[in-house]
Design a protein around this ligand. Structure first.
Ligand code: UTP
Length: 288
């Protein structure tokens, strides 16, 4: 593998922690200030060299495809009025980028969502981006970092981050033994262990570059007790050969926008950096 051009965006989750906002809108359409989470993720992917975007969607929620569709009538109206900055804001996707939408049918877990991309991805390594993990780049593009790591190792690479003890049981947790660099071979991986059973505090976060071998493994992965097919369980099967799966620690700051506190932290941090409103936001926070 010398390059990776396809990215899968699983956006078919139920988003129960954000109901009722997520009743008719996917969680990935929640905005940080004025841009939906999914658009940040797509921009990250395109900057990393991705040219085909594959969205795995919930059949009842169409706003993501609407968001990336052009709006020619409104664009023309703004153009005629000389409001070029608004025309630019409507251009949510460059024209040379291919986008595809695959309905998940039922929300049967992240592994099941990724499996839906099998036919479109084919026999290539591909990237998986969970847009609800919002990663502030701080000069480093998370997806690019993983793609570079996968090319250098010629293997699958997943991103990990140290998580606090009280959140270990909410993550896939990896064992990398003694870390030797930013990219380390994974020895074992387990989905949502209790703190006592966890091999470390390194939690898997929402960026992956995967070998197409994962599809066959996902097809043979049993559902868990909750009826979901877990990506972590298929990743564990990749470990039957050494140096098949690596963990990379990323440089950007991550916010878990799948839950209320993480989403608010991302919004506040972004507001404090937004030139248009940061002074007023600081003033507001000071006076609370
Ligand atoms: P989460 O574990 O956050 O689940 O999914 P969720 O359903 O979105 O949210 P809660 O837990 O009910 O609040 C992680 C990622 O996997 C996608 C989600 O959209 C999110 O990007 N996902 C999850 C799917 O695409 N399909 C699924 O069946 C499950």
């Amino acid at each position: 593998m010398t390059k990776i051009t396809k990215a899968v965006f699983p956006v078919g989750g139920m988003g129960t922690r954000f109901l009722p906002a997520t009743k008719s809108t996917p969680k990935e359409m929640l905005p940080i200030i004025d841009k939906p989470l999914i658009q940040y993720a797509v921009e990250e992917a395109i900057e990393a060299g991705i040219t085909t975007l594959i969205f795995i969607t919930s059949a009842s929620k169409h706003s993501i495809s609407d968001h990336f569709d052009p709006l020619p009538m409104l664009s023309e109206k703004f153009e005629k009025a000389g409001k070029h900055h608004l025309v630019k804001k409507l251009q949510t996707l460059p024209i040379n980028i291919t986008r595809m939408f695959v309905p998940q049918g039922e929300p049967l877990g992240l592994g099941h969502a990724v499996l839906q991309a099998k036919e479109i991805v084919g026999d290539e390594y591909f990237s998986v981006i969970l847009a609800d993990d919002f990663i502030k780049p701080n000069g480093h593009n998370a997806t690019k970092q993983l793609i570079d790591a996968a090319i250098s190792k010629q293997a699958s690479v997943i991103s990990v981050e140290e998580v606090p003890d009280n959140r270990v049981s909410q993550y896939g947790i990896v064992d990398i033994g003694t870390a030797t660099s930013e990219i380390n071979s994974i020895l074992s991986i387990v989905e949502k262990p209790s703190l006592a059973d966890a091999p470390s505090n390194l939690g898997v976060i929402g960026r992956y570059v995967l070998s197409p071998k994962i599809f066959e493994l996902l097809e043979n992965t049993q559902s868990d007790k909750g009826g979901e097919i877990q990506l972590t369980d298929a990743l564990a099967q990749l470990l039957n050969k050494p140096n098949n799966l690596y963990a990379a620690t990323l440089n950007g700051k991550r916010y878990d926008c799948g839950h209320k506190l993480g989403y608010l932290q991302a919004s506040i941090d972004s507001a404090l950096e937004d030139k248009e409103i940061s002074d007023q936001v600081k003033e507001f926070i000071k006076n609370i």
